[in-house]
Design a protein around this ligand. Structure first.
Ligand SMILES: [Ca+2]
Length: 331
């Protein structure tokens, strides 16, 4: 196979003066090899949201130690939970196959719908980047706890391009592809520049996401487990008090804990386990460190089934080991 490259360098000038500034004085370099099409391989977020046409004619980076490119993605319904992100990479050096970078997720609440609040980030690696094919790498996003109640989010990457000059985020330049909303930054997101202002060939990036529709939307009182399928909420009540919503903290995608009075003071740990392969049930386990009245509600958001577990006032919290909790496997 002929080694193929169609990579464009994109330089974003440092220090854009305002978030609404349009094109700065950009230098655009390119390594064009016309007619090359990169067909994607790897975990491609099948069934998720994509705005590319599935073939990548080019690749981009923003020059700098904080090269950042994000793309707007809209879940098909609201509310939705971001469960997975898939990013496509190309290398122009066969010896360069491993890139460590940060997966970035922003709200679309910036000026004019630009990237705004940082919703979540995690350090990830792409291991096995090819110089002859575009390759997607998929990442679990359930621990980012990004719920989308309306509108869109921006998903993308930040990486040290100076230290990793051989890597490019896949770009779709097919003129038949609708122009996606792509923004770049070279100052860690302090200023954003519209890609189309500096790289008119840009149509879409190889950035996709999967969402769990109508799933659990996390907040201070709602623990979302198993990719947003299960919601855990609880109330507590002291002998003299009123029922009060318990605060939740997530530990893993199947485990979290409750606190009532002080965030350093854990009151109960709860987990939902996928036991479908063992007894065709989802399981609910909990252990408490309290004797106040506690009402825990676990809801299968997909099937809209709830189970309620009650610890009575003045009673030591008894372990919950409900291996028959939800007979909703395979649904
Ligand atoms: Ca294309």
């Amino acid at each position: 196979m002929r080694m193929t490259r169609a990579l464009a360098l994109l330089l974003l000038a440092a220090g854009a003066s305002s978030p609404l500034a349009t094109a700065q004085a950009f230098d655009i370099g390119s390594l064009q090899s016309p007619g090359v099409i990169f067909a994607p391989a790897g975990p491609t977020c099948t069934g998720g949201v994509k705005v590319d046409d599935g073939t990548f004619e080019s690749g981009y980076f923003v020059i700098g130690s904080s090269s950042q490119i994000v793309q707007r993605l809209t879940p098909p319904s609201h509310p939705s939970l971001l469960t997975r992100a898939c990013l496509c990479w190309i290398s122009d050096n066969p010896a360069s196959t491993l890139l460590s970078y940060n997966l970035m997720v922003y709200d679309d609440n910036g000026p004019g719908g630009r990237p705004g609040t940082l919703l979540g980030t995690r350090a990830v690696t792409a291991n096995g980047i090819s110089s002859t094919a575009s390759t997607f790498f998929g990442y679990d996003c359930s621990l980012l706890d990004v719920g989308v109640s309306s509108g869109s989010i921006y998903v993308g990457a930040t990486w040290n391009q100076i230290a990793n000059p051989d890597f490019y985020l896949c770009a779709d330049e097919s003129t038949s592809t609708p122009t996606a909303e792509i923004f770049g930054s070279d100052d860690a997101g302090a200023h954003w520049t519209d890609f189309q202002d500096v790289q008119s060939e840009a149509r879409a990036m190889g950035v996709r996401a999967e969402f769990f529709a109508n799933g659990c939307i996390p907040d201070d009182f709602t623990l979302c487990l198993l990719n947003g399928r299960f919601a855990v909420q609880a109330t507590f009540q002291t002998e003299t008090g009123l029922p009060t919503a318990a605060r939740v903290e997530k530990l893993t995608d199947q485990t979290g804990y409750l606190w009532f009075f002080d965030e350093a003071n854990v009151e109960a740990v709860i987990k939902v386990i996928d036991g479908c392969s063992l007894n065709n049930r989802y399981w609910v386990f909990a252990g408490g460190l309290t004797n106040v009245r506690t009402v825990i509600t676990v809801t299968d958001k997909q099937e809209n089934n709830s189970k309620v577990y009650i610890n009575q006032q003045g009673t030591a919290f008894k372990p919950i080991q409900d291996t028959l909790a939800f007979a909703t496997c395979g649904q």
